[in-house]
Design a protein around this ligand. Structure first.
Ligand code: C5P
Length: 221
């Protein structure tokens, strides 16, 4: 049975997560937030006191292989009996995710788990390498981006609205450091798939972006 997949890849804070969730909801599709898997791995490894570098590559990969992870219907993320939804969303968790995700054995360890999200009637997958590595035959691949300044401002607004203090200049620097690491790593670097459609969301609302993705999907039916 052919199970359709829509891939939404792009840099950090480009709005991928929000867009993917909205598109999945509109189509009644399953959602894969692949970044969460790297965030969870980073959290588990740092809690275990491991340095997040290649000296621990195999140990972290083994942890990634049997993470007791579960996403519930409200998109909360569970590690065993613990709701870690908030813990994995911090800037530090994002940076730790970026570190463990640069380790090839960790990426390999998470492949089967990601593939298992491909269930009927379809899947919307967001991340960095959904279209280039994990679902290379997906009929729709979107590369969603926005200027770094714009992404830093969005992230700032988001944090402030949650009552977390933040500084745009610091956010911008962190975001550029994470972009650089994600784009320059040897394994599955962030880059648009050759057959992807690129969308610059800098001047677009969430509704506009969702509508664009849904209309591209319609054209493919
Ligand atoms: O998308 P999100 O910010 O949650 O991803 C956190 C980190 O996980 C990214 O900075 C990236 O390094 C890594 N990642 C990845 N491949 C994916 C998704 C996320 O390497 N498919």
């Amino acid at each position: 049975q052919h199970i359709p997949v829509i891939c939404i890849d792009g840099p950090t804070a480009s709005g991928k997560g929000t867009i993917a969730a909205e598109v999945a909801k509109a189509l009644g599709y399953q959602l894969l937030d692949s970044g969460a898997l790297y965030r969870i791995t980073g959290l588990a490894a740092s809690r275990a006191g491991l340095a997040l570098d290649d000296s621990n590559e195999e140990t972290i990969a083994e942890m990634a292989l049997d993470l007791p992870v579960r996403f519930d219907a409200q998109q909360r993320v569970w590690l065993g009996e613990e709701d870690i939804s908030a813990a994995i969303r911090s800037e530090e968790a994002g940076m730790n995710a970026s570190r463990v995700s640069a380790l090839p054995a960790v990426r390999t360890a998470l492949v089967d788990l990601q593939l298992s999200f491909q269930t009927l009637p379809g899947l919307v997958a967001d991340g960095r390498d959904m279209g280039t590595v994990i679902f290379p035959h997906a009929p729709l691949k979107v590369y969603l981006w926005a200027s770094a300044q714009c992404r830093a401002e969005r992230r700032h607004k988001q944090l402030i609205s949650k009552g977390i203090s933040a500084n745009i200049a610091t956010l911008l620097a962190d975001l550029e450091a994470r972009d650089a690491r994600d784009m320059n790593r040897a394994t599955a670097p962030l880059k648009p798939a050759e057959d992807s459609l690129q969308l610059d969301s800098s001047e677009m609302t969430i509704e506009d972006v969702v509508a664009q993705v849904l209309s591209w999907w319609q054209e493919r039916q």
